[in-house]
Design a protein around this ligand. Sequence first.
Ligand code: GUN
Ligand code: ZN
Length: 678
Amino acid sequence: MSRFEIKAKDGLSRLGVFTTTHGKVTTPLFMPVVHPAKSVISPSSLVEEFGFQMVITNSYIINSKDKFKAKALDEGVHGLLGFDGPIMTDSGTFQMYIHELPEEEIDPLEIVTFQREIGSDIGTILDVFSDPKVGRLKVEQDMELSLERAQMSVGEKGEMLLAGTVQGGVYQDLREKSASALASMDFDVHPIGGVVPLMERYRYADVVRAVLASKKHLPVDRPVHLFGCGHPVFFSIAALLGCDFFDSASYAKFAEAGRMLLPSGTVHLEQLRELPCECPVCSTTTVENLKGLSKDKQDLALMKHNLYITAAEMRRVRNAISEGKLLELASARARSHPSLYEALQVLMDSYDQIEQMDPVADGTSIFYTGPETARHPALIRFHKKLMDRYPYRKTETLVMIPSRGSRPFSDTDPTIIDEARKRKPEELILLFVTPMGAIPWELEHVHPAQQCLFPDRIDEFTMQSAQKRLQQFIDSVSFKSGVWLSRDAPTDKLFEGINALASIDRVAGASDVKKRLPEPRSEIKDWTARKMTALLSVQWGISEVSRMNLDSMDFTFSRATGKLRHVSRNGEILFTVVPSTGLLTPTYKGGLEILSAGVHEDYIVKMDEDAAEFVAKGKSALAKFVAHANSELRAGEEVLVVDTEGELLGVGRAVLSGSEMMAFNRGVAVAIRHSKRP
Ligand code: GUN
Ligand code: ZN
């Protein structure tokens, strides 16, 4: 049974809680490597002074020294380290590789049994580390041998949690094979192994490929550990890939070489004029002082600095996940080194894999950081929903307005918005042309249309993506004539790139647009219904909004902003518009309406019989009681929770994606807002 629970997500990352015998830890987390008996900074000070939650030590070193071994067998690894928090142990794989030890040096089964006997919270199998210099054949043999050992080892784990390492070097198919095989075995954590030499050589793009290939097959409810990753500059990118655990001895090794870790890279003490850091060590000394210290004292000072920096970056990562801003943090770090920039672009190439796990945002703004923003999951998803679900596709006149960047877009163009309101979709479709693509005016408040901030100067890749998206939308609409309002806006130049220019007129002012429109109607009431129809279709894929009888609904608007706030019928609220996302949250009544109007099945979560009563009373829908959720359901969506008969129990926000709801047996699947019997 998995010990992992998800609290929040961003990209493939998870802000999670992992339960060990010696306490709960919050992920993503970094475990400093400590020497079994002579660690310079004790495990308890690592926790108390620096805020780490867990340490990792080496069972091979303990087992090979009689003194350590006897004490560990007697008092447990916790007694040996004088620490009663969570301890992970490694198996000696890395020592075998570094020191080229003979095969007989460590017995793969014995070392697992030993870790169990000394009471390790998480033990590790003796996987085989492939040197990056060897060819594919050898890497494959090593990986197969690791799998054999994994299979043998799981039977020995007893009460201990066990980590089964993915190997396969830089070969993605081997990583996939390794991960699939391990997924079917009873492991609790999956490290990605064999990557230390890649990271040392700045081959971060290869690490990204190896992690993504492995993540495709690893069970979502087990933490993934990036073995030996200790440079904070890579934490945010690795977390975005879905790495939950990190460990390294770099903080000590770098210190011994006079090197200081920074969130943006490494600096050598000798080269510094000033200390570019605000940690407690650097704030209370000077470069001259540090340089003048004895070697031991200098090492200790730099080690402490390195630990402060490491801990702070991990806190920053966890914060960014909870704010939905991890891609922005990773993008900033990617600017620290060309290899990291490449790694980020390789990561973004796999946006499909990322989008599946990325939660639908709760209104977070998205700041343009560079070409990667064009592939932000929220932008991809908006365009996809627009293409699949926008209900109006046939019109007289298609009006396109390049956006000037200010929001809401309609504020810059009140004249044209008024014209749109006077016409039915059969007569006019109005698009804002933005760097994220085409945005129909009905959806201008929907996340991320209103929340995505671009500067006036944007890169070519983002422009090309906008061009492609605009073209796809134009191609999907049948219209008699097109009007493009030309103006001083960055996306104005997309006009020239449009295919089918012949049917589109470029004009210079709003009054010229007006001249090209069909005659307006006098009553303008149903523009709200028009917006509501677009929203219901796009948000929930409702196929027959007409069955919802929008005519009988009452709409309430915000006095301050003029935006739609509530939708009700006979005095009872059905939906509320969330100001920060422009999306609807249903009441229980509203939930019943969309259920009967044919909500897309992705938004229906079915509960086991025994949990139905709880949810009906308004308790959270727990992952372990979810009977069915579609794998296309994304975390963050507003969903309907039903019983085995399909009867509505409650409505709320999905905390997990559909596939996670099915996999996890801990934590909340849907946070219920309104229920049948409140
Ligand atoms: N430490 C760093 N890399 C590895 C690895 O690939 N396997 C194990 N077991 N430990 C490691
Ligand atoms: Zn410092």
